[in-house]
Design a protein around this ligand. Structure first.
Ligand code: NAG
Ligand code: NAG
Ligand code: NAG
Ligand code: NAG
Ligand code: NAG
Ligand code: NAG
Ligand code: NAG
Length: 518
């Protein structure tokens, strides 16, 4: 209590005595807190409490460095002194003013509270240094860039890729003037720019630099395929295509036959084509594509270069689909040539070529194995069907299948009468035989019913031929048309229920499309 009272009294004495007090109080540094380098700034040092008629020496230092004086002046009786300075980066930091009585060593020198000065050096001369090495390299490598400046402090950096800010991500580390990208991809290619900025009050300074970085994709495993070209009536060639889905061009593709190099090319694309002579029906070795764009060589699969021309007989087979009430709603024809590596199938109704899909049919090509024609049974699908097979590279000659006649009206009538007959027989049998025998009989009848439908709906080709269809007129190259006279019955077995269901779905689709159509 008495101690604090003493402090209060002492403070009162200091205040009341004011300027006449013979001790020196803390001086005060007055000046801006921020300055631009090279500018001339006047700092002031004001002795607040001073002994009368004593010359006070005021000196400006950086805190912790009394060796280097920044300014000096003398003051008498509280006169505020100014110390002009040309600002250098050294001036940044805490400044303090030291006051001492010039001629009276009995007066203790005093030091001001520190005054912080920030010195701004405008940014200048930004330059990107690619620390990771070359400016073009393959994906997966690390890219490290650093933005160096000739001058500048209190700088903030921005990294742009093609004008877009590069943001921090698990693989992109942006830290001040450093940009590190681990495991680069070709998406990291582009023009990198670093923009260094700082500001003094409202004035903004900037400096930027750019560098072009190319991250190349390693070429992917090439695919190999070939098409056959007919050069003239007896000579053919194979156009072998090597194609990679990824990889930065240029790519060097080479074609190998066993261990032997057939050809190579360096190309600004991801695919190359080589032409090699071809003899039909002969095995001409195994081919492989190799692709390289500067990193590692990628190899394709081996493919045999062997083209077997299409050969007969061409077989047409069928099965069918029954609806909920046992009515036949769809028929599936299949067409298959005995041999041929590149067959092309065409379907005909009467003499008209059927395209990929129509109002009541759809062609499903599964080359080279076969082609399938799906039909929805209706009045428009009635007629004579056949298929023709030719080499996809040479359609001047073709081989025809057997012909099949589809009469849907007969089919529908038959369906009704078959049901009636079966019902009649059933009633008759109920009367005649025991329940035990009946079960066996029913099983057999059902089986018979299924078969008779198919047999009757598919009339033999001979019938069509004897009718109004003239085959020689139909295909001029008569000796090339092989005609299978017997209809090959590929019976629809109970086991193909899933196929039937598939066909039902397909038929539904066709019907839906017909409704939606114009
Ligand atoms: C200071 O100097 C002035 C004139 O030089 C004089 O009048 C005054 O008394 C002095 N004050 C003190 C405290 O010595
Ligand atoms: C990126 O790569 C550097 C060196 O290549 C490694 O030190 C750093 O841990 C990696 N960072 C990440 C996130 O993978
Ligand atoms: C850099 O400063 C100039 C003018 O000095 C201005 O036109 C430019 O937009 C600035 N660039 C950036 C990235 O701030
Ligand atoms: C491509 O073929 C040329 C000769 O035609 C050969 O000198 C070169 O080494 C080959 N390049 C490659 C990658 O196989
Ligand atoms: C591949 O090599 C075999 C034998 O070495 C030769 O018969 C065949 O013509 C060659 N094929 C190609 C396309 O060069
Ligand atoms: C095909 O010919 C038959 C007669 O042979 C005919 O009934 C049928 O309507 C014809 N089909 C088409 C689609 O022309
Ligand atoms: C054979 O193909 C060419 C072109 O692909 C076509 O113009 C021509 O009509 C076709 N010939 C036959 C008989 O289909």
């Amino acid at each position: 209590m008495s101690a604090s009272l003493f402090v209060v009294i002492l403070g009162f004495c200091i205040c009341s005595k004011g300027s006449s007090w013979s001790t020196l109080g803390r001086p005060e540094v007055i000046g801006p807190s921020e300055a631009l380098v090279k500018s001339i700034i006047e700092f002031q040092c004001e002795p607040k409490i001073y002994p009368e008629n004593e010359t006070i020496l005021l000196q400006l230092f950086k805190k912790d460095n009394r060796d280097k004086m920044l300014g000096e002046s003398t003051s008498l009786n509280g006169e505020v002194v100014t110390m002009p300075m040309i600002i250098t980066p050294y001036h940044e930091g805490s400044l303090e003013c030291v006051a001492e009585a010039l001629h009276n060593y009995n007066i203790e020198p005093t030091v001001s509270y520190p005054h912080y000065l920030k010195v701004v050096v405008p940014v200048e001369g930004a330059e990107i240094d690619v620390l990771s090495g070359p400016v073009d390299f393959f994906e997966g490598e690390t890219l490290e860039l650093r933005c160096d400046l000739i001058a500048g402090n209190h700088v903030s950096y921005e990294w742009l890729l093609n004008g877009q800010l590069v943001s921090q991500s698990p693989l992109h580390h942006v830290a001040d003037n450093n940009l590190l990208i681990n495991r680069t991809t070709s998406k990291d290619s582009g023009s990198y720019m670093c923009v260094a900025t700082n500001h003094f009050k409202k004035t903004k300074f900037n400096s930027s630099s750019a560098v072009m970085i190319t991250v190349k994709d390693v070429v992917s495993m090439p695919d190999i395929s070939f098409t056959v070209l007919k050069e003239d009536s007896h000579s053919y060639s194979a156009e072998v295509t090597c194609q990679s889905t990824r990889g930065t061009p240029p790519v060097t593709f080479s074609l190998h036959n066993g261990t032997e190099l057939v050809a190579n090319i360096t190309i600004e694309e991801r695919s190359a084509t080589f032409k090699v002579p071809l003899v039909l029906g002969q095995h001409l070795g195994r081919l492989q594509c190799q692709a390289n764009n500067g990193d590692r060589t990628e190899l394709s699969q081996w493919i045999p270069l062997e083209v077997v021309p299409v050969g007969g007989p061409v077989m047409m087979h069928h099965d069918y689909d029954v609806g909920e009430n046992d009515a036949v709603i769809g028929v599936r024809f299949g067409c298959k040539a005995a041999k041929g590596s590149l067959p092309q199938y065409r379907w005909f109704l009467n003499k008209t070529l059927l395209h990929d899909r129509g109002s009541f049919y759809k062609v499903i090509n599964q080359p080279p194995e076969q082609s399938i024609l799906l039909l929805s049974v209706g009045t428009s699908s009635a007629g004579t069907y056949h298929c023709e097979v030719s080499d996809s590279f040479d359609n001047t000659s073709s081989i025809s299948s057997n012909w099949m006649y589809l009469d849907t009206e007969v089919l529908n009538r038959l369906h009704v009468s078959v049901v009636a007959v079966v019902f009649g027989c059933f009633a008759f049998l109920v009367v005649l035989v025991s329940i035990c025998c009946l079960v066996g009989a029913m099983f057999r009848r059902r089986k018979y019913g299924g078969r008779s439908q198919v047999n009757l709906e598919m009339e033999r080709m001979e019938a069509a031929h004897e009718g109004d269809l003239d085959l020689s007129e139909y295909n001029g190259d008569a000796d090339l048309v092989t005609m299978a006279r017997g209809v090959e019955f590929d019976q629809a077995s109970e086991a193909s229920v899933d196929k039937w269901l598939q066909m039902k779905d397909w038929k539904k689709t066709l019907e839906d499309e017909a409704v939606e159509g114009p």
